[in-house]
Ligand binder design. Structure first.
Ligand SMILES: [Zn+2]
Length: 319
């Protein structure tokens, strides 16, 4: 666990006071805060808005990995045989640490079965799920994760309905859509159908060309980019318009964009299976180091404030 030092060097235990935190834990934070010689990267704590629950994963391990790496909160997307119910049970046990998402890596979304969205809406109506995802549109196959290729049109009726649900409930939806020359315009038209939808375009906005991301962010004020999977130590992070350069700092064009749109980028790790959680600490460290190169106020926004702000967009249970 880490504390974050503010712009003027003041120390903020991250929002724990008054949330039922025990005195020993508070004391621990304060002792940590008093410790000298820690680097800025170590002082940043993260809100990971993109990791997964899957078969074979013990969810308590997720909490332990978060504790060990200075991640205060996490959004969990069930995938494969991991279930929304298990994610919700973890959220009930750790309400300040876990945000339960309605999982979209589900055969019914992937086969575009309309009834699936009725179940999604029922879950949103319960008020207990505050995120949706990871919704796959264009997705490259990942053999090591037994993940096939998908190419679902952004202009489908079902996708439009997802955007409407996001707007209606004020619940973000995280979308995996690899930007390609032939699919960017259709995605732009789809987003234009409901500008109130809270869209998190995963993987630094589809790993699109930075200039294209800049145009999207300018056009859609409710569009966000998550930074999941960007680490240099992962093949995925290096394949297409990398976010982080060979020396571990943000690539200049991405750094300039984050500084131009400091409220629109969200820290994310994208741990998918148990082998990924074994590397969670390392991947969190890489992302923290890269973000530490930003001005401190912006580091803090990307690390956790922007995600906290998104959660406040929830419109509450319908009357
Ligand atoms: Zn993804």
């Amino acid at each position: 666990m880490r504390v974050f030092r503010g712009d003027r060097g003041e120390v903020h235990p991250p929002g724990l006071i008054g949330r039922g935190v025990t005195t020993p834990l508070l004391l621990f934070w304060l002792l940590l805060a008093a410790g000298a010689g820690t680097s800025r990267a170590e002082e940043v704590w993260l809100f990971d808005v993109h990791s997964h629950h899957a078969r074979g994963l013990h969810l308590e391990e997720v909490i332990a990995r978060m504790d060990a790496s200075g991640v205060r909160k996490i959004v969990l997307f069930a995938r494969r045989q991991g279930t929304d119910k298990e994610v919700l049970d973890l959220q009930t046990k750790y309400p300040d640490r876990v945000v339960a998402a309605v999982g979209f890596q589900n055969p019914e979304w992937l086969r575009q079965v309309p009834r699936f969205l009725d179940e999604v809406e029922a879950k949103l109506r319960s008020g207990r799920f505050r995120w949706m995802g990871e919704l796959l549109l264009r997705h490259y196959g990942v053999p090591e994760l037994q993940a096939p290729e998908y190419d679902i049109s952004p202009e489908s009726d079902l996708f439009r309905r997802v955007l409407d649900l996001s707007a209606k409930y004020g619940v973000p939806v995280t979308i995996h859509h690899e930007a390609e020359p032939g699919n960017v315009e259709s995605f732009r038209r789809a987003l234009g159908q409901n500008r109130e939808a809270l869209v998190v375009w995963a993987h630094w906005c589809g790993r699109a060309e930075p200039a294209m991301v800049r145009r999207f962010l300018a056009e859609f004020p409710n569009l966000y980019c998550d930074l999941g999977g960007a680490q240099r130590s992962r093949r995925y992070g290096q394949e297409k318009h990398p976010l982080i350069g060979p020396t571990g700092v943000l690539e200049p064009e991405w750094r300039a964009m984050i500084e131009a749109f400091p409220d629109r980028f969200l820290a994310a790790i994208d741990a998918v299976d148990p082998s990924h959680y074994a590397r969670y600490n390392e991947w969190v460290g890489e992302l923290k180091s890269a973000l530490a190169g930003l001005p401190p106020g912006i580091t803090r926004r990307v690390a956790f404030e922007n995600a906290e702000g998104l959660l406040t967009r929830w419109k509450g249970p319908p009357r």
